[in-house]
Design a protein around this ligand. Structure first.
Ligand code: TA6
Length: 303
């Protein structure tokens, strides 16, 4: 995106002290939101939140130290938007993992201040060129609202003549002080799909602790979750709507090394808690129907 395009975005959507547009250090266009001492950066590529620093706290999202925008490869970290499917395509594992909108430029549809929050709306829509990947017609709109909390709402509208079966996730990489001292609450008594055990279905009780790779889709989860981060002496709370499943993932040592884009000990400083429609939690949309999945993040001192 050239300077003229930045300037056009700034002219059309910039709001002094609230929303601005410029070039990310990762090499692509970003929107920067500011509100009440909090800040957030959203890449137009993939409508991906790359950073969020709540007022009075250290950054709350983890981001790969080596990624670049515009390479055709999804950025690891922040809040990737997995759409219109989560993980492998249900019928063809050769298709891109986590759908096909993480690497494309979304359009800015609006920006400003609402109810004390700096807001940005971005939109993308399927094209004829996508038919080989997904033979449906749909549009996706992401609203990011930065106030005391960070709220993401992803709305999918079926713009085609046939029904759509949709899975998706806000694949959020939260920053933690040390994964080995993290406890995640909110999943006691739920069933889950263990992706490390051939998708075996199991039951869970108690808090989630980490001493190895974890890759689970918790089912029937519509409540809140909390990341209790002892090393950072803070707690991150995740509330949601429009979602009955949550993915919990940490690659641990061996997969972190295999991925190669997390830095030497990246796994220690992150945990993914992903607000999703995944596993059995599939969204069916009739022609013209819409579905919104919303995640609300807040941070408080103490653990
Ligand atoms: O959401 C967890 C997961 O499906 C893991 O299995 C791992 O593959 C992770 O997503 C990262 O996916 P990505 O395509 O971003 O490398």
């Amino acid at each position: 995106m050239g300077t003229a395009e930045f300037e056009a975005l700034q002219r059309r959507h910039g709001v002094a002290g609230v929303v601005s547009f410029d070039e990310s250090p990762l090499g692509g266009p970003v929107a920067r939101l500011a509100s009440g001492g909090s800040s957030a950066e959203i890449a137009l590529q993939g409508a991906q939140v790359l950073g969020w620093t709540p007022a009075g706290h250290a950054p709350a999202l983890w981001l790969s130290p080596v990624e670049r925008l515009g390479t055709g490869k999804p950025i690891r970290g922040g809040i990737p938007v997995c759409w219109p499917w989560f993980a492998n395509h249900p019928d063809d594992p050769a298709k891109p993992t986590h759908g096909f909108v993480r690497t494309r430029q979304w359009s800015v549809t609006s920006a400003g201040m609402r109810d004390g929050a700096a807001t940005l709306e971005l939109r993308t829509a399927t094209t004829l060129a996508d038919a080989a990947l997904w033979a449906h017609s749909a549009e996706a709109e992401l609203e990011v609202a930065l106030g005391e909390r960070l709220t993401l709402s992803l709305t999918t509208r079926n713009t085609g003549p046939g029904a759509i079966r949709l899975t998706q996730a806000l694949h959020t990489y939260f920053a933690v002080g040390d994964i080995a001292q993290v406890r995640v609450d909110g999943f006691d008594g739920l069933g889950y799909i263990d992706k490390l055990a051939a998708n075996a279905r199991k039951s869970w009780s108690g808090p989630i602790l980490f001493a190895g790779e974890v890759d689970r889709i918790y089912l029937g989860h519509s409540g809140a979750a909390e990341i209790v981060d002892a090393a950072a002496a803070r707690t991150i709370r995740i509330e949601k709507s429009g979602s009955a499943s949550t993915v919990v993932w940490n690659p641990w040592i061996e997969k972190c090394a295999r991925l190669g884009d997390m830095g030497p000990e990246g796994y220690r400083r992150m945990v993914c808690i992903e607000t999703a429609n995944a596993g059995d939690d599939v969204v069916s949309l009739a022609p013209g129907a819409a579905h919104t999945i919303t995640a609300v993040y807040s941070v408080r001192h103490g653990s």
